[in-house]
Ligand binder design. Structure first.
Ligand SMILES: Cc1ncc(COP(=O)(O)O)c(C=O)c1O
Length: 390
């Protein structure tokens, strides 16, 4: 009765289904290995935690934070963008703190689009993108990310008359773990500028990169018509803190600030202080957790390839995206695997039609547990599962 058409249009999540399967496996006494959720199991740097503890003892942090109170975080974000990517932004007009990239995207879509506008978005892609688009009343056009193109979209083959209001990209990518070059972002930004489209780049994995690989920023293609969403959730293991920032086109950020002004009062000042410190840390400290995820990748990917599964070697992100030969119903398979052997993975279909045939592993357990998961999955028949619903 009280469900708006906007709320009703938000797609349901397959993760509830997986949760139920997990419950059934647990009831059977199976020890669960849950690799379905991409939430870092590492701790933020100790100095960052200390900054937050300290802030809670400062009564000045107890009041509502105003825009002017966000200046230190905006300045730290601007300094980070300059240090890390060589991008110059004005902290007054070209940076805006967020309560996480997810909050930022949902409100950015409300701020820069009108109901009925078109959003071009990756398929497969992070599932909440569709929910955010539904809340904003947008028409979505899926942009296929195919393994043969390294999971990068082919914008040039899109119809000439397609003029989306916004194009949403995300590299390093969830779920595929693919990465993109500066040249790719330059082409995407040029394509967007030709078509009057805002380029939105969701960049929560900016620092979760392995070895010598460093992810570029879409803002390297210029700030005009580009907004990038940064997050401390993955890069500094601060998912529960709910903090990030948007940077880029001043007009789009002014619109976002208006919407946010009606919705929130910025993050708690203590969280802002912690995030300000996190962004100011030297790279070696800020990237401390990445070696952990790299070691997990090094363990899991060869083990999956041993099973005959096709996995591109992730250079970044916290996922392995595996194409499973013979798999035609990834949801049924994931439910069946959870119930049969207690290993919980995300079915590729949960990320879009182009995700069918794949499963996603979140690298959120130690290497030996990941190897155990691969061993258990080896005993689960592909295609034996028939999804019975529920
Ligand atoms: C692609 C992508 N965007 C956004 C988020 C959420 O980021 P935040 O915690 O900053 O809201 C995630 C989390 O998994 C993600 O994978």
């Amino acid at each position: 009765m009280w469900m708006s058409s906007r709320a009703g249009a938000v797609p349901g999540s397959v993760f509830a289904l997986m949760d139920a399967a997990k419950g059934r496996a647990r009831a059977r006494g199976l020890p669960i290995i849950d690799l379905s959720i991409g939430s870092s199991d590492q701790s933020p740097p100790e100095t960052v935690l200390e900054a937050l503890r300290e802030a809670t003892r400062d009564p000045l942090t107890y009041r509502y934070p105003l825009f002017s109170d966000t200046a230190p975080l905006r300045e730290a974000a601007a300094t980070y963008l300059l240090r890390r990517f060589g991008i110059k932004v004005d902290p007054e007009t070209e940076v805006l703190p967020l309560i996480g990239a997810q909050e930022g995207l949902a409100h950015l879509l409300l701020a820069v689009t009108d109901p009925g506008d078109t959003l071009l978005l990756p398929d497969p892609g992070y599932p909440p993108y569709l929910g955010a688009a539904a809340v904003a009343g947008l028409k979505t056009v899926p942009l296929p990310l195919l393994p043969e193109r390294g999971f990068l979209p082919d914008l040039e083959t899109l119809p000439e008359d397609l003029r989306p209001r916004a194009l949403l990209l995300n590299y390093p990518n969830n779920p595929t773990s693919a990465v993109a070059s500066v040249a790719f972002f330059e082409e995407a930004a040029a394509w967007c500028r030709r078509r009057g489209t805002l380029l939105i780049h969701d960049h929560p994995y900016a620092e979760l990169t392995f070895g010598d690989y460093r992810a570029p920023s879409a803002l390297e293609a210029g700030l005009n018509g580009v907004v990038e969403l940064h997050s401390l959730s993955k890069t500094h293991h601060m998912g529960g803190f709910r903090v990030g920032f948007a940077a880029g086109d001043a007009g789009a950020l002014a619109a976002l600030a208006r919407v946010k002004g009606a919705v929130d009062f910025h993050a708690y000042l203590g969280i802002q202080r912690a995030a300000t410190l996190a962004l100011s840390l030297p790279d070696a400290v800020g990237r401390a957790g990445t070696a952990v995820f790299q070691a997990r990748r090094d363990a899991l990917v060869p083990a999956l390839r041993e099973l005959g599964w096709e996995v591109q070697w992730p250079q970044a992100s916290m996922y392995a995206w595996a194409r499973v030969p013979g798999l035609t119903d990834s949801v049924a398979y994931a439910v069946h695997a959870a119930e049969e052997c207690g290993v919980v993975v995300s079915p590729g279909r949960a990320f879009g039609e182009r995700g069918e045939g794949f499963v996603r592993f979140a690298l959120v357990q130690p290497p030996e547990v990941l190897l155990e998961a691969a061993k258990r999955l080896a005993g689960v028949e592909i295609g034996a599962a028939v999804f019975r619903g529920g």
